[in-house]
Design a protein around this ligand. Structure first.
Ligand code: HPA
Length: 255
């Protein structure tokens, strides 16, 4: 269904997290396929998640952009979360950048920071390898050469890039202060409701993966303030320019 509508073979793909969807405007001559027209494709109900597959060139590289994603809490079915990764793998994608909005746990972080994910803690307790031939995964989940490219681009463009461990939870509730403290003691720097299962499956399917979090807020208890979804999407759109520079600069070097 998808191949019939596109005239390029995308080499790289990016998943855009909450509030980061406007990056898709960087694509020249886009072909847009609405996810609700694709047979079996799960659709998002979350504000700030559009639900488009966008094919086109980012600089000179044939790219697929997933504008928006479906979270586990929207369906309760891990296969809907993993569906875009299977689509990417079937289309021959070999490299992916997975982005998200996350709450900052590391006390040196502030809203608007970008964090390169070094590694992850998966607290979703879901099996990302369901319906695959692989039963376990032994390689590092995050590709070190892609991480190095992102660090170099940040350095050249003078973008202040944090690094840390991302902890994935199911949501949809934000964590309690006690849960944030637990997650911090486990060694995480940021927490969010996506990414970990996607990254695990992508790596298992032989896709090289890198991931960047936009720290949209400080987690509950780190700062004594009530947290809202608007805050998350507002901060994400504030860092749009820096995010775009880092992402487009890195992705053209990924191939
Ligand atoms: N917690 C979990 N997910 C999030 C947060 C948070 O504080 N901010 C953005 N996504």
């Amino acid at each position: 269904f998808i191949r019939r509508q596109i005239n390029i073979r995308p080499k790289i793909a990016i998943i855009l997290g909450s509030g980061l969807g406007e990056f898709a405007e960087s694509i020249s001559k886009p072909i847009i396929i609405k996810t609700n027209t694709i047979p079996h494709y799960p659709c998002s109900t979350v504000e700030g998640h559009k639900g488009n597959l966008i094919f086109g060139r980012l600089k000179k590289v044939s790219t697929l952009i997933f504008q928006g994603r479906v979270h586990f809490y929207e369906t309760g079915d891990i296969n809907t979360v993993l569906y875009p990764i299977r689509v990417a793998a079937s289309l021959g994608i070999k490299t992916m950048l997975i982005t998200n909005a996350a709450g900052g746990i590391n006390r040196s972080f502030k809203p608007g920071d970008l964090m390169l994910i070094k590694d992850q803690i998966n607290l979703t307790f879901e099996n990302s390898l369901t319906n695959t031939r692989r039963h376990s995964i032994h390689e590092p989940l995050y590709d070190s050469s892609l991480q190095e490219i992102i660090r170099n681009v940040a350095h050249i463009k003078q973008i202040h890039l944090k690094e840390g461990i991302y902890c994935g939870i199911k949501g949809p509730s934000y964590e309690t202060a006690a849960e944030v403290e637990m997650i911090q003691r486990m060694g995480a720097d940021a927490v969010g409701m996506s990414t970990v299962n996607e990254v695990t499956l992508a790596t298992a399917l032989g896709i090289r993966v890198a991931s960047i979090s936009c720290i949209t807020n400080l987690s509950t208890g780190i700062l004594n303030q009530k947290l809202t979804h608007e805050e998350v999407t507002d901060v994400a759109s504030m860092v749009r320019q820096t995010f775009s520079e880092l992402v487009s600069g890195s992705m053209e070097k990924f191939c």
